[in-house]
Ligand binder design. Structure first.
Ligand SMILES: Nc1ncnc2c1ncn2[C@@H]1O[C@H](COP(=O)(O)OP(=O)(O)O)[C@@H](O)[C@H]1O
Ligand SMILES: [Mg+2]
Length: 228
């Protein structure tokens, strides 16, 4: 069953006299629980695409359907609730709040939603990510890989149905990058979370169930890996 899909998504940026078609007529559908990598060269429109799919940016035209509803018509308030409750985000730059400890960062989305934390569940993801002994540290005292693992726990804290990741290993060295990737896979497998991950790194993309390749804002291939 498809959990999220987009139809004829376009994004145009006007700079001076020129119009840049960052995303040019992309239609795609994602299944509940799948791990899909979006790959392609730098500047091909991957970030713009995932931002529109995850409602961080409005499309110039086209629309996104999540859970059977056209979310492109939602207002800002509806979108922020949707993002907080149903989507998780992991970015290249971790984006942790520097003044808060690891655990406080993880708890942030739950607090913003004024919910009672599900301690058992949080413990489970903290264990999966092996960050038990990093919870009291401020981000500045953590390595890049550890910060990204905290960011993944934060992204999973509200039990999202879709986890969006834009170059999550982009700032990490090879070894920490591979660890972070396998932890993302492990978590999404264990929790049944759909994982949509942007990467320009083919070694990362080949870990996915499915690889969508974008060039010049268009999908140029969409294929399933045999045994990801
Ligand atoms: N805010 C913006 N204003 C103008 N042009 C943009 C903006 N964001 C992205 N672009 C352009 O859109 C194209 C796709 O960018 P992006 O989605 O960031 O690609 P990728 O993530 O694949 O590197 C590029 O040509 C980029 O310069
Ligand atoms: Mg990008």
């Amino acid at each position: 069953m498809s959990i999220i899909e987009c139809v004829e998504l376009r994004k145009e940026y006007v700079s001076g006299d020129a119009v840049v078609k960052a995303v040019d007529n992309v239609t795609a559908s994602f299944e509940q629980g799948e791990f899909c990598a979006i790959t392609g060269p730098s500047g091909s429109g991957k970030s713009t695409f995932i931002h529109m799919l995850s409602s961080l940016e409005y499309p110039t035209s086209g629309y996104v359907v999540y859970g059977g509803k056209k979310i492109s018509q939602y207002n800002d308030n509806q979108l922020s609730i949707l993002r907080r409750r149903r989507f998780g985000f992991v970015f290249q730059a971790y984006n942790l709040v520097q003044e808060l400890t690891g655990y406080e960062n993880i708890l942030l989305p739950v607090m913003l939603d004024r919910k009672k934390p599900d301690e058992e569940y949080l413990k489970k993801i903290i264990n999966m990510l092996s960050i038990e002994d990093r919870l009291e540290h401020l981000p500045s005292a953590l390595s890049g890989g550890q910060q990204q693992r905290i960011a993944i726990a934060r992204a999973l804290a509200n039990k999202p149905s879709v986890l969006f990741a834009d170059e999550p290993t982009g700032n990490l060295d090879g070894k920490s990058g591979r660890e972070v990737l396998s932890l993302l896979k492990l978590c999404s497998n264990e929790l049944g979370t759909t994982l949509i991950l942007v990467t320009h790194d083919l070694h990362v993309a080949e870990q996915a169930d499915r690889v969508i390749t974008i060039a010049d804002g268009r999908i140029v291939s969409d294929s399933r890996n045999r045994e990801a």
